[in-house]
Design a protein around this ligand. Structure first.
Ligand code: SF4
Length: 466
């Protein structure tokens, strides 16, 4: 994901930098957690008196927030760094900085592959960047310090105003054999509830009507601070924030989705009936090799969720072609996906990651088989979504207006669709709607495999009513 800066500067009262202000531009790649890091960093840099440019060509400093999660993401990060290196040779840019997961994992390799990089900054050193910019002439790579959490306020938002991501914790205590996140981001550290309320209030004050809660493992939230999983308590407190309309949970770990959380999702009116809960697989031998619990546990959790919240939109993620995945295991996964009818499904072909135990597992699956299984599953999911969406034709729903791609044409999302990754509803209206307004829509048609078309049935903003 590459975000373009939409505005040249943010209306902050910056403190003047000790040196002349610098023009900066940032490429944000990878997941929403990286996006939040980018927003915090840009907020800090603006507050230090520097300028953020929408176009990298004129920037003195180019920052690439890299992603190192899977092979494709690494390649995209390297490609972006090389593009930035080209600009450094041609334009006013004199300093290229790599930050983010890949910078954390492979700092030396990055500098070897892209020698134009001046600084490689690990995650926990973001706060030092304004200070580093004061002294851009001194080339150095900072050393590790103890990881900590802090309130992530005064962010330079890269998302549209009407929704934002709220990162509730950092790191992960699980040991999934394919994943290097615990090595990159460290052990789980929850942010205290009071920090999160402060951040949420700031985001809402800045126009966010929807907060998307993210973490590496959101259902572990609070266990380290309060002695028990405390996501339900956090949800309760967020639920009472004025002017916040939708709260959405991402990255739930199936084994720790408990009754209290299900009760919170079903009873708190601002928590949307949506849950992102990556399962990764369903076949026991594969789950065991992944170190991710049992099939029965996942099945029980899903059953409970469906019984207690019938309207719940479930999103999950699966990995196909994990080492040792036989045709039989894959067929079991296919059957499960067909039975469960997830509203949203992310499908990844397994990619062996340097530093992850599964990299050395025997019975690695050939790349073409992994890709083929990916395509088969994608085809199955396409049919499921079409079936789910077809049933919605003729129904009315309340949606949040997300964008206006062209005059008179809008896109919107219902509560069962998360921003940027899920399905959209297109509608036409001659009225000048505001992005972020709520509107009643009647679904009329399917646009393609995933998106739908609708007619507005109330040509009036519902903002005040909601
Ligand atoms: S729970 Fe998620 S972040 Fe944690 S180790 Fe497993 S895959 Fe990685």
């Amino acid at each position: 994901m590459k975000k373009n800066m939409k505005k040249k500067t943010k209306k902050l009262k910056p403190s003047p930098p000790k040196t002349s202000p610098l023009n900066l531009s940032l490429y944000s790649l990878g997941c929403t957690k990286n996006l939040v890091d980018s927003e915090i960093l840009l907020g800090d840099l603006l507050a230090s008196g520097h300028f953020v440019l929408s176009h990298p060509n004129d920037a003195h400093i180019l920052i690439v927030n890299t992603c190192g999660f899977i092979q494709n993401a690494k390649e995209e990060s390297l490609h972006t760094l090389r593009q930035a290196a080209k600009l450094k040779k041609q334009g006013p840019c004199h300093t290229l900085i790599a930050i983010g997961c890949l910078a954390q994992r492979q700092p030396k390799e990055l500098q070897q592959l892209v020698p134009e990089i001046d600084y490689v900054l690990p995650l926990q050193h973001y706060q030092q960047l304004p200070a580093i910019l004061e002294n851009v002439a001194a080339k150095r790579i900072p050393v590790r310090t103890k990881q900590s959490v802090y309130p992530e306020i005064a962010r330079f938002r890269l998302t549209p105003r009407h929704y934002a991501y709220l990162r509730i914790s950092e790191g992960c205590n699980h040991t999934c054999s394919f994943c290097v996140i615990p090595k990159i981001r460290g052990k789980h550290r929850s942010k205290p509830i009071e920090y999160l309320l402060q951040e949420a209030q700031e985001l809402v004050h800045d126009g966010a009507k929807e907060l998307n809660l993210i973490a590496d493992d959101s259902t572990y939230y609070g266990t380290d601070l309060y002695g028990k999983p405390s996501l339900p308590t956090l949800l309760e407190q967020l639920n009472s924030l004025p002017n916040l309309h939708w709260i959405r949970i991402f990255y739930a770990y199936p084994n720790t989705v408990n009754d209290e959380l299900i009760q919170a999702i079903s009873s708190l009116e601002r928590v949307v009936p949506y849950l992102d809960m990556p399962i990764q697989h369903i076949s026991d031998p594969v789950l065991k090799a992944m170190k991710r619990g049992t099939s029965q546990r996942i099945r029980d959790t899903i059953q409970k969720l469906k019984n207690r919240i019938p309207q719940l939109a479930l999103r999950t993620t699966v990995i196909v072609g994990f080492p040792g995945e036989t045709e039989q295991h894959f067929q079991e996964l296919l059957r499960f996906i067909q039975e469960t009818q997830f509203q949203h499904l992310g499908i990844f072909a397994y990619s062996p990651e340097k530093g992850a135990p599964s990299q050395h597992y025997p019975n690695q699956i050939p790349e073409e088989v992994r890709q083929e299984r990916c395509q088969i599953l994608a085809e199955v999911q396409k049919n499921i979504v079409q079936k789910i969406n077809s049933k919605k034709i003729g129904q009315t729903l309340t949606a949040m207006i997300d964008d206006q791609p062209s005059p008179g044409l809008y896109t919107a999302r219902s509560p069962e669709n998360g921003p940027e990754i899920d399905n959209l509803i297109y509608f036409r209206s001659p009225l000048p709607h505001q992005i972020g307004d709520f509107i009643h829509l009647k679904i009329t048609n399917l646009v393609d495999d995933y998106d739908m078309e609708a007619q507005p049935i109330l040509e009036k903003s519902l903002r005040s009513a909601l």
